[in-house]
Ligand binder design. Structure first.
Ligand code: NAP
Length: 563
């Protein structure tokens, strides 16, 4: 209770990639008294919680890291093409040690309430373990896919076996040896988990509601040459990830699908398949915007599934995909389709054999009872807004964030919500976030927020708050950017909130590309924080209302969206 009502300059919620860098930036670069509150017992964010079998990042390791410090970048050496949770946690520990971050982090401290106290011009934070403290600035660094979604299937409470959600995986080893396992969900997570669970399970039933495209990840240890390339080309790699629409270390081709004939195209797809990874979607510039162009990639990937999976019925169920490739987040895998050739693995096509209920010892479908010892929910997240809604966040006049976002999140640049002064959201809704490689998005937001706070302090500004009309224009633009892509044609995508009952169907991330988004944010700064109301005491210092053409003028063409 020593900290009762202690005031800080800044409080950051979350100690993952975002929170750690924001802490360093505010504490060490701006000299602010900063505290990080973290619900977990250690740092890592997403990677603290996601320890499910087969978990591995889909971004390549040399780009899935901080780039703000050349020294840190060069000192750390990744071991594999894609980093796993243990290596990512080691990396974050290394950074944390180097920058001495732990001393300003309170673990096991879950934020329950954050209320803006108008008279004091401060945020008051209350945590589940009884801490109450205040800060001038409040920064959420809570991640986008951190609120587990457990579907409301009747009977779960009756189940006498063990069950787990992949996003809240136990820290101790879970043994599947000789167990009858049911895995529900075949998104990026389920596609990673199934092959590993199948290695030891007695039998694995994979419950698939919507089939998914997947490209082999082709993970492998990094060669000595590649490690040297990474060490010697820091500037070049940094420039690359910061200038592409999706923050990955590869360029999206400038060619269009029908610039090539069928043979040329198949060669391009075959090479990308062999190379593996998310680079497949970068093979042509119009894959994510033109359905006919997309069909060529979709057909190629479906034919691959059929060529791998021996049982015709299973191959059919896995490849009957009725939405465009990369219309949902495209998974990458290690032996996912091959897994269905194993004797101990079977697919349950939930579209034809629906789940009726969970029983005390299995899952009852409309055709049979499947006895199970373990159920694994790889059923995703209440993404982007879910974690915000787990907290009671109230802005001016006690207005609740849940009410302001009831019809869908309303932000300006994904950074601020009108009515919530000095509350900044790292990779918040309306920013590129999940459509990109996360660390470059995080760095851009952290640096923008720090620069904004520096400006406020230099100019004796007490509050920064998104202007209502700027947020309205921005939400319109976020929709416009999504409409220019095939992403909005997939009705069951979590980008639209469609995976959570009762959630409004609104496209949440910004699909206009990270490079364009970065330019917009820089432009806003150049124009004296146009669209943000900057107030000192009760005087408005700057309330430049954006004019659509002026503010969003670099967004006129969405040709290579950030996905
Ligand atoms: P997800 O993409 O939302 O997939 C959830 C799966 O569960 C879907 O197959 C969904 O089917 C199914 N499902 C949900 N409710 C169900 C129900 N009641 N009955 C049957 N099936 C149900 O979640 P995720 O796989 O955890 O991935 C979420 C995101 O996390 C990814 O898109 C990615 O951005 C990120 N991620 C990243 C990595 C990485 O970098 N390595 C790894 C994993 C995840 P429907 O499709 O029919 O809804």
């Amino acid at each position: 209770m020593l900290d009762q009502l202690k005031s800080y300059d800044a409080i950051i919620i979350g100690a993952g990639f975002s929170g750690l860098y924001q802490l360093h930036s505010l504490r060490d670069q701006l000299g602010l008294d900063t505290l990080v509150l973290e619900a977990g017992s250690d740092l890592g964010g997403t990677w603290f919680w996601n320890r499910y079998p087969g978990a591995r990042c889909d971004s390549e390791s040399h780009s899935y890291c901080y780039m703000f410090s050349e020294e840190i970048y060069k000192e750390w050496e990744w071991s594999e093409r894609y980093p796993g949770p243990t290596e990512i946690r080691s990396y974050l520990n290394f950074v944390s040690k180097k920058l001495d971050l732990r001393k300003n982090i309170k673990f096991n401290t879950s934020v329950e309430k954050a209320h803006f106290i108008e008279d004091a011009n401060q945020w008051e934070i209350t945590t589940a373990n009884g801490l109450v403290c205040r800060s001038t600035y409040l920064i959420t660094a809570i991640g986008c896919i951190s609120s587990a979604n457990i579907p409301n299937i009747p009977g779960l409470e009756e189940f006498t076996g063990d069950w787990y959600h992949t996003g809240k995986w136990p820290h101790e080893n879970v043994s599947f040896k000789d167990k009858r396992v049911g895995q529900i969900g075949t998104g990026s997570t389920g596609i990673q988990a199934a092959p590993v669970i199948a290695e030891t399970a007695g039998h694995l039933h994979v419950f698939q509601r919507t089939p998914n495209y997947s490209v082999p990840a082709r993970n492998a240890p990094l060669t000595k040459d590649f490690k040297e390339y990474v060490r010697d080309n820091y500037e070049e790699i940094k420039d690359l990830v910061q200038s592409t629409p999706n923050g990955h270390p590869f360029r999206i081709s400038t060619s269009k699908v029908f610039d090539s004939n069928e043979d040329e195209r198949n060669k391009v797809y075959e090479d990308a398949w062999e190379k593996g990874g998310l680079q497949f979607r970068a093979t042509y510039q119009d894959l994510t915007t033109d359905k006919k162009a997309n069909d060529t990639a979709a057909d190629f990937l479906k034919s691959k599934i059929k060529s791998v999976v021996r049982d015709k019925k299973t191959a059919e169920a896995l490849s009957e995909i009725d939405y465009p490739y990369a219309g949902k987040r495209p998974p990458i895998d290690t032996n996912y389709f091959e897994t269905f050739n194993k004797e101990n693995v079977s697919l349950v096509d939930v579209k034809k054999e629906s789940i009726l209920k969970i029983t005390k010892d299995g899952i009852q479908t409309n055709q049979r009872h499947i006895p199970l010892d373990i159920i694994v929910f790889a059923t995703g997240f209440d993404a982007i807004t879910g974690k915000f809604f787990e907290m009671d966040i109230r802005g001016r006049n006690g207005v609740k964030l849940t009410d302001v976002w009831r019809e869908g999140p309303k932000t300006y640049l994904g950074l601020q919500t009108p009515g919530f002064p000095n509350l900044f959201t790292i990779t918040g809704p309306g920013s590129p976030s999940v459509l990109c490689n996360m660390p470059p998005c995080i760095e851009q937001h952290v640096e923008w927020i720090s620069q904004c706070l520096e400006y406020m302090r230099a100019n004796h500004i007490d509050t920064c708050e998104a202007d209502e009309s700027a947020a309205t224009e921005w939400v319109k633009h976020v929709n416009e950017a999504a409409e220019a892509t095939l992403l909005v044609t997939v009705p069951h995508s979590w980008y639209l909130g469609a995976n959570v009952e009762g959630k409004p169907r609104v496209f949440m991330p910004y699909a206009g590309g990270m490079n364009r988004y970065r330019a917009l944010c820089d432009d806003v700064v150049k124009k004296q924080y146009v669209g943000f109301k900057m107030k000192s005491k009760s005087n408005v210092i700057n309330a430049v209302t954006p004019n659509k053409n002026q503010t969003f003028d670099v967004t006129n063409q969405i040709k290579t969206p950030g996905i």
